[in-house]
Design a binder for this molecule. Structure first.
Ligand SMILES: *[C@@H]1O[C@H](CO)[C@@H](O)[C@H](O)[C@H]1NC(C)=O
Ligand SMILES: *[C@@H]1O[C@H](CO)[C@@H](O)[C@H](O)[C@H]1NC(C)=O
Ligand SMILES: *[C@@H]1O[C@H](CO)[C@@H](O)[C@H](O)[C@H]1NC(C)=O
Ligand SMILES: *[C@@H]1O[C@H](CO)[C@@H](O)[C@H](O)[C@H]1NC(C)=O
Ligand SMILES: *[C@@H]1O[C@H](CO)[C@@H](O)[C@H](O)[C@H]1NC(C)=O
Length: 458
């Protein structure tokens, strides 16, 4: 009160007086007067990691700015970019805004690599106050075309080199993978290594094998999306190979039969079927030729012969030929004699033979198998397919079963193997084991049974 009464002023007037004094003082270009309130930053300047081409802004929040000014600078170039809301830098991609209160923003549109660096928000106090924030400009990976062609071909056992390079910031890492997820085989003089992926600009496929044929991906990544990849097609050339799972097939007259050949070849072979008389087979009402791709280089050839008659028995050859050579496989088709009887056969020197898995729940039918030489063997219906055996397609059912077993042992066929092999021993062994279970089997029966089984399992 004494203060007020001394000058005869109301407290409001005193405040006004002070403000006026302050205004006058600063107008004469001097530092702020006695006022202890200094401008202060409310938040740190952000750090930005920006993808090239995007927009970004730095935000500077200053309280108690009073008549000081906020300026933006690029620390590395010492260039003043803007003061308050006035642009200084001649860069159309830069702009500043002020929200009318305490917030200033520096906007950078379509960010370029040379925008990286340290940015400063400064207030012209004495000493000046400032804050810095970093901008890091990153660039997604891009694969550089090196060789042009992504379609590569090598002879089997030769070497192939795949190269891939990428640009981007940070420098991308190159990873190789096979598109189908299989492992990459890396060979050196002393070792073979199989890896899910390989890192490096160059992938060396040494002593390449057919199994390594396929699509390889070069994947470039540097943590900046999107990751990019390039596909290389690796082809391995080799002479055709043929495998015949069953070289001996027996089927009854009037049934349909399917003969199988397995072919490996690249480039793809011309596949044909011949009779032993050299007659080339084509698809017609009697024959059906199919070719099913199993992989990039393997095919399943099926020849279906419908309603077998006596002329159809004999040898059949499947042949595969490409630029590098030719392969053949031969199948002998034999007549299988089936006789159905209605009465219980006289007990001969043979006992029943358990050809397939024992299945006591099946009804007991009676079946005789007669071979070309007239020998007889009988089966008391212990076969899994008993009831269907006499149907026209019955022999197929039996053949299919054996084919499947052989198939399991020969496919997939990773390494080249001899094109010809005897009917699988596995089947023979299984059959022998089941024969042993029958103690009452005499020697003649055993031999006869063995003959039947060997022919059946082929
Ligand atoms: C920005 O980065 C610098 C150094 O890299 C660090 O000291 C600072 O705290 C960061 N600022 C923010 C807001 O994280
Ligand atoms: C930055 O890079 C852009 C585009 O590459 C260019 O137009 C601009 O002149 C550069 N600015 C500076 C300061 O070098
Ligand atoms: C594939 O490679 C991975 C490691 O990269 C390994 O663990 C795996 O056993 C390999 N698979 C084959 C089939 O070699
Ligand atoms: C060829 O035979 C195999 C083995 O029996 C069979 O899996 C496949 O489906 C057949 N292919 C065609 C086209 O008939
Ligand atoms: C033979 O099999 C084919 C197809 O599997 C079928 O359409 C046909 O009816 C069968 N014939 C006989 C006599 O069972």
């Amino acid at each position: 009160m004494a203060y007020g009464s001394l000058y005869g002023m109301a407290p409001q007037d005193i405040v006004l007086c002070f403000l006026l004094a302050a205004f006058l003082y600063s107008s004469f270009g001097q530092a702020m007067p006695k006022s202890e309130v200094q401008p202060e930053f409310l938040a740190l300047l952000e750090n930005h990691t920006v993808i090239q081409g995007r927009d970004v802004s730095f935000t500077c929040v200053v309280n108690h700015l009073q008549s000081y000014k906020v300026a933006w600078m690029k620390s590395d170039s010492k260039a003043i970019l803007a003061i308050h809301t006035h642009m200084v830098a001649q860069n159309p991609r830069l702009s500043v805004t002020h929200n009318g209160h305490n917030t200033w923003k520096l906007h950078v549109t379509n960010v370029q690599p040379n925008d990286s660096g340290t940015y400063m928000c400064q207030v012209n106090t004495d000493p000046m106050r400032s804050q810095t924030g970093h901008m890091k400009v990153v660039i997604p990976p891009d694969i550089v075309d090196l060789d042009g062609s992504a379609d590569l071909t090598a002879e089997e056992n030769s070497d192939l080199r795949l190269r891939c390079r990428a640009t981007g910031t940070p420098q991308p890492v190159i990873t190789w993978k096979r598109e189908d997820g299989r492992n990459i085989t890396l060979r050196t003089e002393h070792s073979v290594q199989r890896v899910k992926s390989y890192e490096g600009e160059e992938l060396r496929l040494t002593g390449i094998l057919r199994q390594e044929m396929g699509s390889y991906l070069c994947i470039a990544s540097n943590g900046v999306p999107p990751t990019v990849s390039k596909r290389y097609y690796v082809n391995v050339r080799f002479k055709p190979l043929i495998k015949v799972p069953n070289q001996l097939v027996a089927a009854p007259v009037d049934s349909d039969v399917v003969l199988h050949c397995y072919v490996e070849s690249w480039p793809k072979a011309l596949n044909t079927w011949y009779r032993n008389n050299g007659f080339k087979l084509l698809s017609d009402e009697k024959h059906d030729l199919t070719e099913t791709p199993l992989s990039d280089y393997a095919y399943q050839l099926n020849l279906t012969i419908r309603r077998l008659n006596r002329d159809d028995f004999g040898s059949y050859t499947c042949a595969a030929e490409n630029l590098l050579g030719k392969a053949e496989g031969t199948i002998r088709l034999q007549e299988l004699h089936l006789i159905r009887t209605t009465s219980e056969p006289a007990r001969h020197h043979t006992e029943f033979i358990n050809i397939n898995r024992y299945n006591p729940t099946k009804p007991k039918g009676k079946l005789y198998f007669e071979w070309g030489d007239g020998s007889l063997s009988k089966n008391r219906g212990k076969m899994g397919h008993t009831s269907s055996v006499l149907r026209r397609n019955s022999s197929n059912a039996l053949m299919d079963d054996t084919v499947k077993k052989s198939k399991a042992s020969s496919y997939p066929a990773p390494a080249p193997a001899p094109a010809h092999f005897a009917p699988t021993q596995q089947n023979v062994r299984n059959s022998v084991t089941s024969l042993r279970r029958h103690s009452r089997l005499n020697r003649v029966g055993l031999m006869l049974a063995f003959l039947v089984i060997v022919i059946y399992s082929s």
